[in-house]
Design a protein around this ligand. Sequence first.
Ligand code: C2E
Ligand code: MG
Ligand code: MG
Length: 753
Amino acid sequence: MSELFEFSEPEDFSPASLDSWKVLSVEDDPAYQDVLELALQGLQYQQRDIELIKVGSAAAAANILSARDDISVILLDVIMETDDAGLFLIETIRNVIGNSIIRIVLLTGQPGIVPRNETIYEHDIAEYWNKTDLDADKLKSVVVSNLRTWQTSYQLQVAKRGLQMIVDSSRSLTPKQDNKEFANTVLEAITRVINVPQSGGITCIVKSNAESVELAPIVAASKRFKALIEGRLESLFDLLPMKQQLRVKTAIYSTWQNQNHTFDSEFSILYFDTSEYDNQQYLMYVDSPFRLDTSHLKLLQVFSENISSGFVNQALMNRLSELAYLDNATGMHNRNWLARELNQQTARYRNQSTLALFRLRNYDSTEMMVGHAYATNILKAFGDAIQSHFPDHYLCAVWDQETIALVFKSELQPQIKALEAFRAEPIQMDHLDIQLQSQIGLLDFSDMSSYNVNQVLVLANQALNKAKTYGELVVKFDDAMMQRLARRTQILTDLKQALINKDGFFMVLQPKVKLTTGEPVGFEALLRWRTQDGSLCPPGEFIPIAEASGLSLEIAELVLHKTIAAIQALTTAGYHLPVSFNLANSDITNPVIFNGIHHYIDNQIVSPDLVDIEVTESQSTQDYTVINPILRKLIDKGVGVSIDDFGTGYSSLSQLTELAATTIKVDQKFVSDLSAQNNGNALHIIQMINKLAERFKFNMIAEGVETEEQRQLLIDNNYCTAQGYLFAKPMPVEDALIWLREKSLIKNRSDSD
Ligand code: C2E
Ligand code: MG
Ligand code: MG
């Protein structure tokens, strides 16, 4: 931008709006005014006349100067209505009106009254003359030399202001969402930079595959050309005076041809090319009612460079957004686009809409059989069929590789019957009728008004997945179902945050006791999570969500750590009792957990016989060839392994023989069934499990003992150990210590009795 300051020689320069130089004479002596006028008559500077504007008071001068900025020189009488009226005017010009470049020549008839030096210095007074010393020739040379100085200052001022404006405008030229908006911003900026008055105008046109340049559409226009927006370039010519028409036309053609800006004395045509990115070229016709002076032209040139890169950025942005919002394979809009469109709607409008998801069934096996390219073609044909079958939709997008989404105004949403009929019909593909298996879900946005668009889309997806597992083919997702899903999503969001903050988690311990005496033999550590709102979220709710979302390991580490701390607290208090803790799927095989346990034991942080891990039956048998060796290693170290919820999984007898475990925990389901009268079946299972355990030398724990009756039945069937509310509920570690103390007091008392 440095060329901004490489000014042309003053000879080149003429402020475009000036047909003559303006000199203001401020003088309360009309006779002297006439003398000045006479002396300056016929004087020219750079082929322009000098116009003397005469006022008789400082007040009148202030008025004029605040209204116009084309006055170059003031010939100012110091003493007028008051002795210091002139000096007061100077103060006003510089500080109130803020004109810092106007040249002020002081004249006085009383040689004795001289302004103080600092006044001259502070207010940039050009010269100070005794009227009597100033003859006609001197006056002329004073005026001309001050005109020259003003001219340079004026150029500098324009450049400075323009530069500032370019900087400001460039900020607003960051790519906007669409070309029109961008073009309008450019027009506004350019109007400010070159200061086009209301009567002027700027047109911006774009060529978008028009056959000829005069048919190119006008995408933005300002000032007197505003009405041309959306029209074609040829309509611009009609608005121009006849004599200008031909010149403008010729200039436009040559600009187009030469791909260069054209600067004419009466208009400019700027050319911007983004064809490399989006096949577009832009012309900007800048029309100003007065000739642009060289400073303004230079500004325009500099600014054009800015605009040019702005247009290119805009084109790149468009290209990027195309990539971001289009599904490459089908060429249809994608899910991001759908989310953006829905996000841009008002909530009121959106809540009157219905989302329909059409999902191909068995996509994976289809893709496997026919290949990815053909499977994509199927999706495309599916999309086409859906769109033409349901023409009332107002948005359509590819949701994922097997799903198409349509959005309807709710009153136009398809009826279930129509959806079922569509499912049953074959679709056309490559001139063949093919019968696709699909599944359709409908979601009313009004049911989901408390969620944002992205959450709704995620929930809709989950709902359809769920429907898939239940085999529902056309399903309207109801409010209750969505709320359940939403709660899961909310839990997951909160859980992630809680795990980051390590916040709200604590362990509770539930005693395992001897059935006959109630004497504690160990504890199970169970995790508790207090959410931000202070409520407890049950592990049965958040643990499966954590497992399903890959957060299981985070939880397992936390649980291991807290369990070890609980064991230490017990040991410190003198209780040598094992504590078991639960591990979810995959945690067992995770080296972090495995090595963690080994670390605590090898470094003698805890004794191995105090550590017990609980794995569920289904886990341990799912792939016991992988899990068994790991569990075996732990057992060999002295760690206990309990099979939790035994009886609800899938283990067969043969697997049980190989299971690496030390303890079997009989699921509370069987225990609770024990209390139901005449339930021989439950009793039978309890007995059978006991026999198996004896045979394979497993320890046995009965879970969920709540009644005396159950306790008795278990004792009768050779069960020794149990866990349940009958004995104690899970409690925080401190409470467990108190509970233990009370128990031992009771025990000591009964021992001494
Ligand atoms: P679980 O491991 O089978 O734990 C036993 C559950 O039964 C506990 O529920 C316990 O409070 C409850 N319970 C104990 N005695 C009785 C009783 O007499 N009657 C009834 N009705 N219930 C009783 P909780 O703490 O809600 O845990 C539920 C499940 O959540 C656990 O089942 C376990 O699978 C899982 N879980 C709990 N803590 C953890 C943990 O730290 N890590 C992992 N991975 N899972 C955990
Ligand atoms: Mg357990
Ligand atoms: Mg259990």
